[in-house]
Design a protein around this ligand. Structure first.
Ligand code: ADP
Ligand code: ASP
Ligand code: MG
Length: 440
């Protein structure tokens, strides 16, 4: 059995959904197809939620109506037969009625999660109507019946596995299942989600749960590129990556993959393929246990980084100092990405400012605390990169004009990370494209 996940752009137009139906019927292998919301929908739902939270109900109503109009025109080109059209229309009306009811209820975080879930519910239901019209045998598998997270927002792997296997067992006669990416239930049983871009995570969790032969991530580009194609003009697809390399790239900002979506597939050793819906014949990127070669594979950048520097002469020769500092971050459930130390100072980076004030306050007894925001981590990723000849010299030769604030090298065998002011990000990625890959 395999998993095929299609992202927002891949289902964002009626003709794309038609193409997806061809891709999923190309071979006879049993499969679970994971769909995202149509492109732009989750962003619109976020805006609707924000308007409701701000008490701007008239604005929310206008945003809901605009989105409904989009769906009503989408279904006109999705299906041909009148009965299929009526069915699709019924689905659209039902979900927008729900949004209009929410408009009248007082706002809560839980309600907002319900709003955000509408995108994936709509895309899968509408796709199912199209498949039915085409006479393609399949079954809708509601993600809310098996996908769940615990009180720490971590996926409940054991429960997902057993619930999913029960559902599949119950429908043994089917060989094609369609389900929603992104959405899940939380520890309170409420509708929740796996954070933005979470459909990749859903796919990987399902692939691990069923020991899939492969987890295919179908998107709008032909695989993981060596650099961010939104920023750098000339980038090329990487043929093969190890799980470790892909996980580092995803975590450090390669948007093509959700930040933590690699580990479930890696744990069960399920290969992940990144493929292009618009160009299905392209080789894409294969992600598996082994790296294809050593050396630099790709660079990625993660914005919104805050650097915190703690300086104290008391640190000199003192043991237990780092532990005390790290305990403050642990207390506020804030993970640290980079660390550098000297005899009298420690610098760390975080990407979550929720508890910054409290963290700063609790660090102050340890020394002089300086906080700098608007930074970017640029990660240079490749197997055994730390042992690769000339990597550091090439890196710094390329970046002579960039004020590098921190360097992390040697912590992971697959990664060299640099902290730079965000205003230098574009320049840095361009310079690295030339210096490390010879691409301009
Ligand atoms: P989907 O909606 O299919 O999940 P995403 O928009 O989340 O698609 O991810 C695909 C996009 O990721 C690409 O269109 C590309 O702009 C962006 N991207 C960023 N970094 C990379 C990279 N290193 N390689 C490929 N794509 C990347
Ligand atoms: N629709 C969700 C989002 O836009 C999840 C996903 O597409 O992966 O974030
Ligand atoms: Mg995505």
């Amino acid at each position: 059995m395999k998993v095929m996940k299609f992202g927002g752009t891949s289902v964002g137009k009626p003709e794309r959904m038609h193409q997806v139906s061809q891709l999923i019927t190309k071979d006879k292998e049993a499969k679970i197809v994971v769909l995202s919301a149509l492109s732009g929908t989750t962003n619109s739902l976020v805006e609707i939620g924000n308007s409701i939270a701000a008490g701007e109900r008239a604005q929310a109503k206008a945003q809901i109506d605009k989105l409904e109009t989009h769906y009503l025109s989408f279904i006109k080109d999705l299906v041909k037969k009148e009965n299929a059209y009526q069915k699709a229309k019924g689905i659209v009306v039902e979900h927008f009625e729900f949004l209009n009811i929410i408009l009248k209820i007082s706002y809560s975080e839980a309600l907002n999660k319900d709003i955000l879930a509408q995108g994936e519910l709509l895309s899968t239901k509408l796709f199912s109507v199209y498949l039915e019209e085409q006479g393609i045998d399949h079954m809708l598998l509601p993600a809310l019946e098996f996908m769940s997270i615990d009180i720490h927002d971590e996926p409940q792997v054991t429960s997902i596995r057993s619930k999913l296997s029960q559902l599949l067992q119950k429908h043994k006669d089917k060989s094609m299942f369609i389900t929603q990416g992104y959405i899940c239930r939380n520890a309170r049983g409420e509708v929740d989600n796996l954070k933005r871009g979470g459909s990749d995570y859903t796919a990987s969790l399902i692939a691990a749960a069923i020991n899939a032969s492969v987890c295919e991530i179908w998107t709008d580009i032909d695989g993981m590129h060596n650099n961010d194609p939104r920023i750098v003009k000339k980038t090329i697809a990487v043929e093969q990556l190890s799980f470790d390399e892909a996980a580092e790239l995803a975590y450090f900002g390669a948007k093509i993959l959700h930040p933590t979506c690699i580990w479930p597939a890696q744990q069960q050793n399920v290969p992940v393929k990144l493929l292009n819906t618009m160009q299905p014949e392209a080789a894409g990127t294969v992600i598996k246990q082994e790296a294809s070669a050593t050396g630099v594979k790709a660079v990625a950048a993660k914005d919104g980084i805050i650097a915190i520097n703690i300086r104290s002469s008391r640190m000199l020769l003192a043991y237990g100092f780092l532990r005390k500092i790290f305990e403050v971050f642990e207390k506020y459930k804030t993970s640290i990405d980079m660390v550098t130390t000297s005899e009298v100072a420690v610098s760390v980076t975080i990407d979550n400012a929720d508890n910054l004030k409290n963290i700063k306050k609790e660090l102050e007894p340890f020394g002089l605390v300086e906080v700098e925001d608007n930074h970017t981590i640029v990660s240079i990723v490749g197997s055994e990169i730390a042992q690769t000849e000339n990597v550091l010299s090439k890196l710094f030769d390329a970046l002579t004009s960039v004020p590098v604030r921190m360097v992390s090298y040697g912590g992971s065998k697959h990664n060299v990370s640099l902290l730079i002011p965000s205003s230098y990000k574009i320049q840095t990625l361009q310079l690295l494209n030339k210096g490390l890959f010879g691409l301009e």
